[in-house]
Design a binder for this molecule. Structure first.
Ligand code: CA
Length: 227
């Protein structure tokens, strides 16, 4: 999943990038509201973290503008401690949740994960589709109760597919959301990883959890368990 961080304090911005990347996210950075607006319009953003006090374009205006342009990705705002008016204003402008500064990264991560799974229609952090179960908190996967050992990239690929189980996701979209902007993009590598992921999840080729739709992309096709 790809996260846009709009924050003018360089130390905080870099710390968020490092910690979010460490948690398996692809991260884009913007240092002011103008850069944030550009990135929010042009990049394939799954979620944005927006500081309210920003140079050039204030955070509230940035959020209102993106929402008025029908950008629907979840937005988490960063507010100053004890400024309840900022929290209310952020939510009114179209943000989905807030974290007050100073914060612990664990709090940001928990809120980011909750917003992403709710955007994908999941109520619980355990994504369960029949025999395949992915736990967002421990970043583990089990098939028919047996743990499956995935590399970081395989896990991220599966997480993206399962978060939107039932939707067709194009190879281009997967490439954009799983690689950094400046990464040497090659959609053939997605095919290679997809092949490995399928063999690990389904060595006997019986469950067939991931469908290939020729020319359109991939779909995690096992039905979601009711929750
Ligand atoms: Ca600021």
């Amino acid at each position: 999943m790809r996260i846009l961080v709009v924050e003018d304090e360089v130390a905080l911005r870099e710390a968020l990038k490092r910690d979010l990347a460490g948690a398996g996210f692809t991260v884009d950075l913007a240092a002011d509201g103008e850069e944030g607006l550009y990135a929010g319009r042009e990049f394939p953003v799954d979620l944005a973290i927006v500081d309210l006090g920003l140079p050039k374009v204030p955070g509230l205006d940035l959020i209102r503008t993106l929402r008025s342009e029908r950008k629907t990705f979840p937005i988490l705002v960063l507010t100053a401690r004890d400024r309840w008016q900022d929290k209310v204003a952020g939510l009114d402008a179209g943000a989905d949740d807030y974290v007050a500064k100073p914060f612990r990264f664990e709090e940001v991560l928990a809120r980011v994960q909750a917003l992403l799974r709710r955007a994908g229609g999941w109520a619980s952090p355990v994504l369960s589709c029949g025999p395949v179960v992915l736990d967002l908190r421990s970043q583990t996967v089990a098939v028919q109760g047996e743990a499956v050992d995935l590399t970081t990239f395989e896990y991220r690929l599966l997480e993206h597919l399962m978060m939107r189980a039932g939707d067709v996701i194009s190879k281009a979209e997967l490439t954009e959301r799983l690689y950094e902007q400046d990464f040497e993009r090659d959609s053939n590598t997605i095919e290679v990883f997809m092949g490995r992921l399928r063999r690990k999840l389904d060595p006997d080729d019986r469950l067939q959890p991931i469908e290939t739709l020729r020319g359109r992309g991939y779909r995690f096709s096992l039905p979601r368990d009711p929750h």
